[in-house]
Design a protein around this ligand. Sequence first.
Ligand code: TPP
Ligand code: MG
Length: 313
Amino acid sequence: MSNTKNNIKYKAPLSHQLNPGHSACAGCGMIIAARLVMDTAGPNTIVTNATGCSEVTTTQYPMTSFKMPWIHSLFENPAPMASGILAALKVKGLEDKVNVLVVGGDGATFDIGIGLISGMWERGENTLYICYDNEAYQNTGYQSSSSTPFDANTTTTPPGKKSSGSQQLKKDMIGIALAHNLPYVATASVGNTLDVVAKVKKALSIKGPKYLQIYCPCVPGWGIEPKDTMNVARSAVQSGFYPIVEYIDGELVSKKSAQGGSALGGVTKKVSIEEFLKPQKRFKHLFKDENGKLEIAKIQKIADENIEKYKLI
Ligand SMILES: Cc1ncc(C[n+]2csc(CCOP(=O)(O)OP(=O)(O)O)c2C)c(N)n1
Ligand SMILES: [Mg+2]
């Protein structure tokens, strides 16, 4: 195609590994994270993708938004698929020249794929596992997963007379990853794009199995405005609700303070848990009555415990 006025040949932007034309919602945190991850990993990468929004929105047959080789099979399968790909790369003598990424949502990671992910980690496969953590099975209509936070309203944890939303605590997937003695384990928030990029780069520079869990607000599932995605992704960190940590060889090497900067630098103010919860319809029921106030105090306690555990202030 050419631009007749300037006589310039039009070329689609070649710089992105994940291209426009996907069907993710406006303001989707996952798709922002996915583009950051794919662009950072670059074209010399093979991706195996679990079932979920990251797959469904990017690869509607017969199209794909991915420029790199990409494969989807069953929900629980991307980890063993990556093992097979690594075996093939080994035969070709390419195992040190190609990045193998395994990506999936929290449902795929915390619940449905966990056994096979554990096997991949146990085998010490040279892969980077990325979890797009949007805290529920969003693609199928906002059902709770074991990543869903306490008191969140999902379609399987509706608040009512006898409950105030999910009564389970979010599974400590970081602790589970660390228990596998992985050389690299970290969380990031899509609200801090540079940190996501830095952590993907860092992870890919290390040999062996790596785990990066990225906090990704979901516009319809969390009931937020598309314009609020980045703010919510940041206030989750600044309130202590979602700790941002980085472990190399089991040692905590970096963490983000409750203000979003480095926790090593002395921080004075943090965002209140109400400020984080309020823009999200999944927590709306907590702002109705006195009982809600008691529940918010419980969530504040969870955030405070994170701050205490990781010394985030
Ligand atoms: C074994 C299996 N169980 C359930 C489903 C239905 N299913 C497809 S996508 C999906 C939700 C995925 O949730 P998550 O992994 O958190 O990704 P998200 O869509 O939230 O990004 C479910 C339950 C399936 N395809 N296969
Ligand atoms: Mg999810």
